[in-house]
Design a protein around this ligand. Structure first.
Ligand code: AP5
Ligand code: MG
Length: 245
């Protein structure tokens, strides 16, 4: 145990964290939930809340790919160009990545899939992967928002690279400007949050990703949330869906 690191954290914060872990272990839902929605709909923002509340694993394919880019690997260099243009990575690469991640012990309490699937072939492959271990997607939550709203959100987003936590300079500012609330580390802007790339990401979403909404609707597991409201209102709806449906 790193006693020195813990000594910097207040007793109240430690007790709060213990309580959080106890409560979410007790209430583990063991569900597999897909979060759907345009870039900037708030998938990452609400995944962080779900992770804290229900102790599920958070699989953000965007965060995993950005980590690979930061590693400087040859594979990461290939990904970088594609992501900066706002295009999608090949389905096969993405499906292998998600298969490896789902098998990790952290996902035994359930999983939040944020940014995957993003095409119909990915959705079909995901069903096959889960079926091999007798599982399936329990719920797909569609965070519905208009394009103009997300353009404003992405233009002002700041991200904490190590955790994927996101802030917005106006709508959801950190306690201290430019600094992550939890770790005190600096926040950065994403390379793909430039206006031209945002526009392309939105086109790609409309053409390739939006058909997934119907894919889950036909299965009877789609839940729609109006994602244009304040974060706390959206979160209340998501909690209700996840806990009761
Ligand atoms: P990814 O990282 O998944 O990006 P995305 O889908 O474009 O979504 P974002 O992360 O931009 O938005 P979000 O919905 O998480 O919004 P957030 O909560 O941050 O993917 C990036 C790239 O990786 C892709 O373009 C592709 O190249 C590649 N990739 C990833 N997965 C892939 C796959 N499966 N197949 C192929 N390629 C793949 O919120 C945004 C901002 O708004 C924040 O500043 C936040 O504070 C603010 N905000 C959130 N909610 C509210 C609210 N209610 N009111 C006001 N502000 C809000
Ligand atoms: Mg995100």
């Amino acid at each position: 145990m790193d006693t020195q690191a813990y000594s910097k954290i207040s007793n109240a914060a430690l007790i709060q964290e213990l309580y959080r872990r106890y409560r979410c272990q007790e209430e583990a839902l063991r569900k597999r939930i897909v979060l759907l929605g345009m870039p900037g709909a708030g998938k990452g923002t609400h995944s962080a809340k779900m992770l804290a509340r229900f102790c599920m694993c958070h699989l953000s394919t965007g965060d995993l790919l950005r980590e690979e880019v930061r590693s400087g690997s040859e594979f990461g260099k290939k990904l970088k160009g594609i992501m900066e243009r706002g295009e999608l990575i090949e389905d096969e690469v993405m499906c292998n990545l998600i298969k490896q991640q789902l098998a990790k012990p952290a996902c035994a309490n359930g999983a939040i899939l944020d940014g995957f699937p993003r095409t119909i072939p990915q959705a079909e492959k995901l069903d096959q992967i889960l079926k091999q271990s007798g599982q399936s997607i329990d719920q797909a939550i569609f965070m519905n928002v208009r394009e103009q709203v997300v353009v404003d959100r992405l233009g002002g987003r700041w991200t904490h690279l190590n955790s994927g936590r996101t802030y917005h300079y106006k709508f959801n500012p950190p306690k201290v400007h430019g600094v992550d609330d939890v770790t005190g580390e600096p926040l950065v802007q994403r390379e793909d949050d430039k206006e031209a790339t945002i526009r392309n990401r939105l086109n790609v979403y409309q053409n390739k990703t939006s058909p997934i909404i119907d894919y889950y609707r036909k299965k009877g597991i789609l839940f729609e949330v109006n994602a244009e409201r304040p974060v706390n209102d959206i979160w209340k709806d998501i909690k209700t869906i996840v806990k009761t449906k």
